[in-house]
Design a binder for this molecule. Structure first.
Ligand code: NDP
Ligand code: 8X3
Length: 251
């Protein structure tokens, strides 16, 4: 029987690329995100390969998260694979100039949203004593960089939650692992810089950044290992990147 994957943040970037590779590898997919037009067009694209179900909700909306996931049709309700991917950075300011709405958004989406979705999905995994959760962290969850403050804090939280989930869910046979990418060329920087495309493009200038498909490919590798193998913590950067602040832009 084909496995079922729920992918948050499937309307763009890493989540969309992951949905695509999983669909082509026989997973049934639950596509999640807020932008319904994008969910619909991805559903249309991927229905050629597999069964697709779409769920439009904001991960910050606790009630909606539980209502939507609890109301999944029977054919999608046993989720084998949860990809906790939805998230963004909002702003890049020194702490003293930080925008409180940006801080709220990052904490509410990247940390609390991930927790809500996990809480909604985990019980049926526990019942079946099987499942796999992939948390998308970041190199920002392993080191901090100037002005990254709250975004880095949320990704450090994802790193901690990943480790904790792995311990707590261990008795239930549920695999848990995180992938921590460095710079990936997605809509991430456009969101961070509030639609400023030039500023966003500068982030990826002068070197070959990771592409969302690179991360999706790694996610597929991780989830296709035999059951006794759990890749629990994986950092991946572009070859030109050595740390959050060291990027060889002449490459
Ligand atoms: P994108 O901006 O391209 O995609 C972000 C996705 O998250 C979208 O599908 C968006 O969907 C969804 N999302 C954002 N806010 C919400 C919300 N409130 N409720 C539901 N869904 C939401 O960025 P990436 O693909 O790059 O980011 C995906 C993950 O990867 C994030 O967790 C990010 O922190 C992480 N990451 C990114 C890196 C990068 O350099 N790009 C590096 C390391 C980690 P919609 O707007 O439709 O709701
Ligand atoms: C995204 C990578 O370096 O912009 O998490 O924080 S970075």
């Amino acid at each position: 029987m084909n496995k079922t994957a729920l992918v948050t943040g499937a309307t763009s970037g890493i989540g969309r690329a992951t949905a695509r590779i999983l669909a082509k590898n026989n997973y049934k997919i639950i596509l999640c995100g807020r932008r319904e037009d994008r969910l619909a067009s991805l559903e249309k694209e991927l229905s050629e390969y597999t069964e697709i179900h779409t769920l439009a909700f904001d991960v910050r909306d606790k009630k909606a998260v539980f209502e939507k996931i609890n109301a999944l049709p029977a054919s999608f309700s046993n989720i084998d694979l949860l990809i906790n991917n939805a998230g963004n950075a909002h702003g890049l300011d020194p702490i003293q100039n930080g925008n409180i709405d940006d801080w709220d958004a990052m904490i509410d989406i990247n940390v609390k949203g991930l927790l809500y979705v996990s809480k909604a999905v985990i019980p049926q995994m526990m019942e079946r004593k099987s499942g796999h959760i992939i948390n998308i962290g970041s190199t920002a969850g392993k080191e901090v960089y100037p002005n990254g403050n709250v975004y880095c804090a949320t990704k450090h939280a994802v790193d901690a939650l990943n480790k904790s989930m792995k311990m707590d869910l261990n008795p239930y046979g549920i695999r848990v692992g995180a992938i921590h990418p460095g710079l990936v060329q997605t809509e991430f920087s456009e969101v961070r810089f509030k639609g400023d495309k030039d500023k966003a493009a500068n982030v990826y200038k002068g070197f070959k950044p990771l592409q969302p498909e690179d991360i999706a490919d790694i996610i597929h590798f991780v989830v296709s290992r035999p059951y006794h193998v759990n890749i629990s913590d994986l950092v991946v950067m572009a070859s030109a990147q050595a740390s959050a602040t060291i990027v060889n832009r002449s490459s």
